[in-house]
Design a protein around this ligand. Structure first.
Ligand code: MN
Length: 248
């Protein structure tokens, strides 16, 4: 089976989240051939060198155990952990993916994204995204002492929580035109992403073809996993869908 997860938002401030993560991997590992993490595994990440200080060592060790057991692991950074880099990849044994990568899952081309780039109505976030994706911004940020970086990240977290209160649900969801344009660009009929914390399987028709957008859920109170086997795909918690219906 192939698993996809995102938006675990792991932090030592939430023991339950950490325990959910360990339990879920313990259950899934024997059945998994590949695991894709589509961003926001961590609540915040201020550079690979600060992982120990933030208490993320157990997460790294658990992922390392997964890859040592033969499971292929791919990590596509989100807007919270866009600074995950080569050291993390080396330690966990994962391969880093760029936001917007097409993979083949049992023969079907699937576009993987974190999802925030599709929320084009949220201009404030797009501005932030543009800024922090610049190599110069990242270089300057990573050159700061760890405590300062952590303080800046905490401020951004607070800001994000305040935004949740005054931004409308529509603004923080994906823009349908952006979704269609992106799927067109990558020539795919299936897109899997997270970020919006609105787990669902959306289906619509474009010129006689079915397009699907599968949204992974967040892990604040429960686990959310998308599982592909040869015969079916399943978004948990949620309905069972037959692969026979999947567009190729
Ligand atoms: Mn996100």
């Amino acid at each position: 089976m192939i698993g996809l997860i995102s938006d675990l938002h792991l932090t030592t401030e939430n023991d339950r989240g950490m325990a959910n993560f360990r339990q879920c991997l313990d259950t899934l590992q024997p059945q998994l051939s590949t695991l894709y993490i589509l961003g926001d595994l961590f609540e915040f990440w201020v550079g690979d060198d600060a992982a120990v200080r933030l208490g993320y060592e157990p997460v790294i060790q658990r992922l390392q155990a997964l890859t040592l057991a033969g499971v292929k692991l791919f990590f596509l950074p989100g807007n919270r952990d866009f600074l995950v880099a080569e050291n993390f990849a080396r330690q966990t044994g994962c391969q880093l993916l760029a936001d917007g990568t097409v993979v083949r899952i049992y023969g079907t081309r699937v576009l993987l994204m974190h999802g925030d780039s599709l929320c084009t109505d949220d201009h404030e976030h797009q501005e932030f995204r543009k800024m922090v994706n610049q190599a110069s911004w990242q270089g300057e940020f990573l050159a700061r002492p760890q405590p300062e970086r952590i303080q800046m990240a905490q401020k951004a977290r607070l800001q994000s929580r305040q935004n949740l209160q005054h931004k409308s649900m529509d603004i923080m969801d994906v823009n349908q035109a952006a979704v269609d344009e992106t799927m067109e660009d990558f020539s795919v009929r299936i897109l899997v992403h997270g970020h919006t914390h609105r787990p669902a399987i959306h289906e619509w028709e474009v010129q006689g073809h079915t397009r699907r957008r599968i949204v992974l859920g967040a892990w604040y109170s429960e686990t959310s996993v998308l599982l592909f086997s040869k015969e079916q795909l399943r978004l948990t918690p949620g309905p069972l869908i037959r692969t026979g219906l999947l567009p190729v």
